[in-house]
Design a protein around this ligand. Structure first.
Ligand code: CA
Length: 240
């Protein structure tokens, strides 16, 4: 049972939310939990430091304006400590002035998000920062049944035969295989697979899903790409 438990932890990053405003904290907790993250919370820097020494989160979502000691100061402290030096930090800030953004990045934040932000944008940035922090996880090849995706060689094998995927179908399959058993709306897939600031119709996704299924169909792996009525799509090895 031990390896399965370990695998579960590796695939469920823990995010520490440091935010003094309860409604924002609750909204963040709700959003991140729904996205499959484990969430812990702190209201101020003292609580945050206690949580960090208890549980070493994978990423800190850090509000700039906190009562007493500021978020910027906490970022500085985390960067000074050996144990937390590499801990990814995303600053939440209501400040839009360029100078403040630069200050946030100078104290060692990996990214910053300006309030008000869209939950989708925030999640995309969290994933991007986590990917940068753990490049090894991205490089590891993923195998489901006899379907194998090798991110290093950029190849997809089915029963030992190489499949020919277009770049979008490859990214889509990679995203699905690294986020199995969860439903994603078309809007979420757009954000995660196509990236920010891309203006395409949500229906375009259906076209790529159809292509991907066709490519996977000879070995029956198209059954993994499931339509969830009224919700979106899911990669699942269970019968949909
Ligand atoms: Ca605040």
């Amino acid at each position: 049972m031990q390896p399965a438990h370990k695998l579960q932890n590796e695939m469920t990053p823990t995010i520490l939310i440091v935010e003094d405003e309860a409604p924002i904290r609750e909204m963040l907790n709700f959003t991140l939990t729904r996205e499959g993250f484990k969430v812990i919370e702190a209201e101020d820097v003292a609580q945050a430091q206690a949580r960090i020494s208890d549980s070493a989160p994978d990423l800190v979502l850090l509000d700039w304006m906190l009562p007493g000691v500021s978020g910027v100061e906490l970022a500085r402290r985390l960067r000074r400590e050996e144990r937390t030096r590499a801990m990814p930090i995303i600053m939440l800030t209501a400040r839009t002035e360029e100078e403040n953004r630069i200050q946030g990045l100078e104290v060692g934040a990996d990214d910053y998000v300006t309030k008000p932000f869209s939950p989708r944008e925030l999640v995309a940035r969290i994933r991007a920062v986590l990917r940068r922090a753990h490049p090894d996880d991205v490089e590891r090849s993923i195998e489901v049944d006899s379907l194998k995706l090798d991110p290093v060689g950029h190849r997809v094998m089915s029963d030992g035969k190489e499949l020919q995927l277009g770049p979008t179908e490859y990214r889509l399959l990679h995203f699905f295989m690294t986020h199995p058993e969860r439903v994603f709306s078309r809007a979420q897939l757009l954000d995660q697979v196509w990236g920010d600031n891309v203006f395409i119709e949500e229906r375009t996704i259906d076209v790529h899903i159809r292509r991907l299924r066709k490519i996977l169909s000879p070995e029956g792996h198209d059954r993994f790409i499931q339509t969830v009525r009224g919700a979106g799509y899911r990669f699942s090895t269970q019968v949909g």
